[in-house]
Design a protein around this ligand. Structure first.
Ligand SMILES: [Zn+2]
Length: 232
């Protein structure tokens, strides 16, 4: 931390209404290096509840801001303010992954892990996206297999992914092939040496998406069969 003096301006601009000494982390937001930032400007919001301070890294020139709560000491002196807690500026945009409801119902864990993998991708964390997708795939495969054969739930949950794919989906070659392909590419993402050099993350996502689609389609077909059985 480094102590810096901030002249706070009102929202509308104009001259300083209060001066605060605040402790600012002595870190550049670009590269995490220690430095003492230049203070360029401080401004409060309209209600003087929060303020923002514009800073600049003296080493690399990056402009960035930090925001804090602004607290009026309430002793009648309108110029008497102090700094409150820092406001977290981390922005995490929601990623729309379009996992069908039927899949969420079969495996809420898949939905959660898949969403986190896509969130990682949006942060360009390309080295861990595939590992996340591989984990998501295992949950969906196993939860779907358990749904079709609840009596074998314990065995399915503790078995290897490939065994579950081989045993549980042997009557559905399309499902089996998609799950196997996705598992191969998913494993590639976790290993030191890649086996399928011409395939990448895009292919893994494509395989998983097709796997999702075919399960969704099967669930819809089952629904129409049930409906017709009940209707007649
Ligand atoms: Zn810097």
């Amino acid at each position: 931390m480094v102590k810096r003096r901030i002249n706070l301006h009102p929202f509308e601009g104009g001259s300083t209404f209060t001066t605060l000494d605040i402790d600012i982390p002595d870190l550049c937001l670009r590269n995490g290096e220690h430095m003492t930032p230049d203070v360029l400007y401080g401004a409060a919001d309209r209600d003087k509840q929060n303020f923002s301070v514009l800073l600049r890294c003296v080493d690399c020139g990056l402009f960035f801001n930090r925001q804090y709560k602004l607290i009026n000491r309430g002793d009648g002196n309108f110029t008497n303010y102090r700094v409150g807690t820092e406001i977290d500026l981390l922005i995490a945009p929601k990623i729309a992954t379009n996992v069908p409801d039927s899949i969420k119902k079969i495996s809420s864990d898949f939905d959660k892990i898949y969403n986190q993998a896509m969130q990682a991708e949006s942060y360009q964390l390309d080295q861990i996206v595939g590992i996340g997708l591989r984990k998501a795939l295992e949950f969906l495969v196993k939860d779907y297999a358990v749904k079709q054969n609840t009596a074998k739930a314990d065995k399915i949950k503790s078995d290897t992914l490939q065994n579950v794919i081989n045993d549980s989906f042997k009557d559905d070659p399309r499902i089996q092939s998609l799950a196997t392909g996705a598992a191969y590419l998913g494993n590639d993402e976790t290993h030191y040496v890649k086996r399928y050099e011409t395939k990448d993350l895009k292919d893994l996502k494509r395989f998983i998406n097709s796997f999702i689609s075919i399960i969704d389609m099967n669930e819809t077909i089952d629904e129409t069969l049930r409906m017709r059985a009940e209707g007649k």
